[in-house]
Design a protein around this ligand. Sequence first.
Ligand SMILES: *Cc1c(COP(=O)(O)O)cnc(C)c1O
Length: 360
Amino acid sequence: MTVSLDDLPIRDDLRGQKPYGAPQAPLPVALNVNENTHSIPAVVADDIASSVAKALHGVNRYPDREFTELREGFARYLGHGLDAAQIWAGNGSNEVLQHLLQAFAGPGRSVFGFAPTYSMYSLLTKGVGSEWIAGTRAADYSLTAEDAAAQVRAAHPDVVFLCAPNNPTGTPLSLDVVEAVYEATQGIVIVDEAYQEFAPKSSPSALTLLEGRPRLVVSRTMSKAFAFAGARVGYLAADPVLIDALRLVRLPYHLSALTQAAAVAALRHSDVMLGMVDEIVAQRDRMTAALTELGYRPYESWTNFLLFGGVTDPAATWKALYDRGVLIRDVGIPGHLRVTAGTEAETTAFLAALGELGRP
Ligand SMILES: *Cc1c(COP(=O)(O)O)cnc(C)c1O
């Protein structure tokens, strides 16, 4: 007799839910989950490896529960006068976001985000037993301060996610939206800056708004610009009191000694780790021009990926690219697909494969 999930005494609110499931396939050109597709330089990899090797000698003991050296490293990297007491980190920013929801959402509470946005927000929300409320955006996926604040005021959520720039659309978010949303709620406002390093250098971070706003959180990740997705390291900056709330819900010693050693070493080389960002942005802009030329409609992007519309049959186009060894992402928006900016060769391979399919 085979058992199905429904036969188990699983939580009622998890019945029928689908897990996060971006397809993982070993194709030569993988441009589907917005990784930095450039591997880290060998000299940096060697330094990280020797730091991890040193940490291995101490793995019989629990790691520093407060990951102090790593928090100091992130404070230094972020600048803006931040210190280690304002920093938190986890195994990917997904864990950091989960800590926030465990502390500030939970059963009977609600979490708000402007759809379409990062698919993990609703999954993490349901995982802690909260209600997910999807707000709306303009046709080009932009948000104005007035509209965003009005929507948040009407929904009175406990937590608001602002993805800046937004995934899966690439859309920039100006700081006046953050300020207006903060004023429109008594809840926690999380600005997810996973892609901030790909934004124009002159665009200010929400880190500049932290002073005097104890309910504001700015989250970052090493998974994208830092080329460190496989190491699983994300972090945030907020008021030290808010950080204390996260200590109530995290598992003890949640960041392994090996992860801490690897991340501290990588941060020592942040200039090199971030060295490919300009090249990736150049490939993104090259794709914008080429996709337009092919007859598609790419959206403005401040990230390392592009959402493009004008796709007659996204599932068929996705499969045709797959069959040509190119993996991109169908994010479920009718008529649209999303592609990560890769190396110059990967970008060329994607554009050539798409070109072979003819006009959209
Ligand atoms: C990729 C991504 C993350 C990063 O997740 P990690 O757990 O740090 O790998 C966070 N937020 C958004 C919007 C993303 O696209």
